[in-house]
Design a protein around this ligand. Sequence first.
Ligand code: PEP
Ligand code: MN
Length: 372
Amino acid sequence: MLFESYYSGMILNQIEASPATLFLKKDNKPFLIAGPCSAETEEQVMTIAHGLVDADVDLFRAGIWKPRTRPGVFEGRGSVALPWLKRVKEETGMRTTVEVANAKQVDKALTYGIDVLWIGARSTANPFSVQEIADALKGVDIPVMVKNPTNPDLELWIGALERVQAIGIKQIAAIHRGFSTYAKSMFRNEPYWEIPIELRRRMPDIPLFCDNSHICGNRVDLQSVAQYALDLNYDGLMTETHCDPDHALSDAQQQITPQAYGRLIQSLVLKKETTDDLEFLQHLDAIRHQIDDLDFEVLNLLAKRMKLSEEIGLHKKQSKVSVFQVARWNEILEKAKVMGRERGLSEGFISNYLSAVHQESIAVQAKAKDEV
Ligand code: PEP
Ligand code: MN
């Protein structure tokens, strides 16, 4: 209930209220951003751009100044590549966007008529950089996209969006490109979908795009991640494309040709956020009622469970027994995993759910007072 109803309400809000005209397309189509990770040569840029025209791309991306993790590798062509993007616009009509990381880069990009700027993940993680970029944009009317920071910190992401908003930029979008983790994962950057979903709840007017390339770090998962994002009602996609992906000077493993990109976009199933079909709406309503009832029941049960935690806390206190017993916690967790599995509930979900319940229960037990 909680997820379903606030989510659908929120999207409606956003479409009605959003001032971000450039970023929102009609007919339920996602806003498409595509182009190479890096602009390498004029010929490479032009070949990719012409290859993307048929895919109905809205914004052509190319990295000019590349933030690389280690030194000594290709760090982008710099300003010499800016006239290439001007040519892209002249020849294809596509608007262009580049990543900017400081005031000097902002000035250069504006001088060459770049249409949209984006703030990269590493810059978003640094409020000094974001503020410098924002200050350089004072009085300029240009759309700005803000990627999530590399670390899973929603407040930093929101802070960056607010800094850009505060200097008067009207057209702002957020790009979800996943988050770095030390743990091994099938993704290059873990999506942690709950973070962009919470961003949507907190800033419903900001269009949200999915950078499936940097989330995946490979080609095979690009389609399913893009589809997942659209199923969550994202407003668009940013995908890296290259005319010769295997020989790209950066992010070679995740780039696809403009032709493969065209096929990927064609394969996506666009979902509407709602419909006028009465039968569908009635059925939806009936299921939602059942979900609401169950959630209500679960909350009542949780309240009952916490009452028992209070009681057990007091009982332990009176006998001077510690609140936390690791063996008991392991037993609860293992039992629940087995029961969950039998009922088709994933182990990750069971463990997240029980951890939250257990944490609260420990806090309640520790606070249990004699008068209870
Ligand atoms: C990029 O888009 O090529 C890039 C460097 O992305 P991110 O800031 O998400 O790492
Ligand atoms: Mn890249």
